[in-house]
Design a protein around this ligand. Structure first.
Ligand SMILES: Cc1ncc(COP(=O)(O)O)c(C=O)c1O
Length: 282
């Protein structure tokens, strides 16, 4: 926080806008409230020696504060104000009404370091949600961390790398990713220290199984994982998913399933229903 520095912010909705900082707007003696004269005896609390004499707070009228922050908030770019192709699927695909409970004080005001015996309701929610997700996916356990899909990808790939190392296959550092994959997939693989080889997709967006088999065979010694979005990026079930998993597992790789579209399969099938698939969901 510095005095006398103005902020230049580029808004996607308008041209470049210069917004002064709240300190630039400050004017000595200006105030947002006028307190009525006190009608109770004054008490020195806290003691004078504990009070800071220099506290350079900005001095503004209430309306100036409101306009300043409203103006800054108009720079936000969101799905409400325009199209964005990438970004959190969670925020993008959930209705606003579904986000309202996040603002309920019972959820939003819980202190992150609250003692465990004061968070039993919250823990109960986690336990129930885990039971449901285990049932939906067919897996034995579910982790709720991390929260974003891209971070989940990164975590999943690090887990696969650790698994490969633990079984003496730490040299496996190659990840196959279909051309149709979400942009975060190759980015996560590279961040996890893997080389990425792209697998072709046909004109309908499905993985070309022949190309997958050829590349899995060519890089069999280095194959660590395949990242596959299921249901696929174009929203349909990848019909060859069993063969796809089999091709990878037979060559020592793991299958990382990006479950961003998992809503589409709930009640129809579950990732663990495949005898060969290993997975997670975003
Ligand atoms: C298929 C797929 N994978 C990964 C992601 C990344 O998720 P997040 O934006 O939560 O990091 C998304 C979100 O748009 C997605 O649709």
């Amino acid at each position: 926080m510095t005095n006398n520095a103005s902020t230049t912010t580029s808004s996607p909705l308008s041209a470049k806008i210069v917004e002064p900082t709240i300190f630039d707007l400050s004017s000595p003696g200006r105030t947002g409230v006028t307190m009525p004269a006190s009608d109770v005896p004054e008490t020195a609390l806290p003691p004078k020696e504990l009070l800071r004499s220099e506290l350079p707070l900005p001095e503004l009228a209430e309306v100036d504060v409101v306009r300043h922050y409203m103006h800054l908030s108009s720079f936000n770019y969101s799905v409400d104000s325009g199209f964005y192709p990438l970004g959190s699927c969670t925020m993008k695909l959930n209705a606003t009404t579904e986000m309202i409970p996040v603002t309920w004080p019972e959820f939003g005001n819980l202190h992150p370091f609250a003692p465990l015996d004061q968070t039993e309701g919250y823990q109960e929610l986690f336990r129930r949600l885990e039971t449901w997700l285990n049932e939906i996916t067919g897996f034995a356990a579910t982790s709720f961390q991390p929260n974003a899909g891209s971070q989940g990808e990164y975590t999943g790939l690090l887990t696969i790398r650790a698994y490969q190392k633990a079984r003496g296959q730490g040299h496996r550092d190659l990840c196959l990713i279909p051309a149709s994959a979400h942009g975060t997939n190759p980015a996560s693989a590279v961040m996890a220290g893997m080389d990425v080889i792209v697998v072709d997709t046909d004109e309908e967006g499905n993985i070309k199984v022949d190309d997958l088999r050829a590349k899995a065979e060519q890089y069999a010694d280095r194959l660590a994982a395949l990242m596959v979005t299921y249901p696929s990026t174009h929203g349909v079930f990848e019909a060859a998913i069993h063969d796809i998993c089999e091709i990878i597992h037979a060559r020592g790789g793991q299958v990382y399933m990006d479950g961003a579209n998992m809503n589409a399969q709930v009640g129809l099938t579950s990732p663990a229903a495949s005898p060969t698939a290993s997975t997670r969901s975003a």
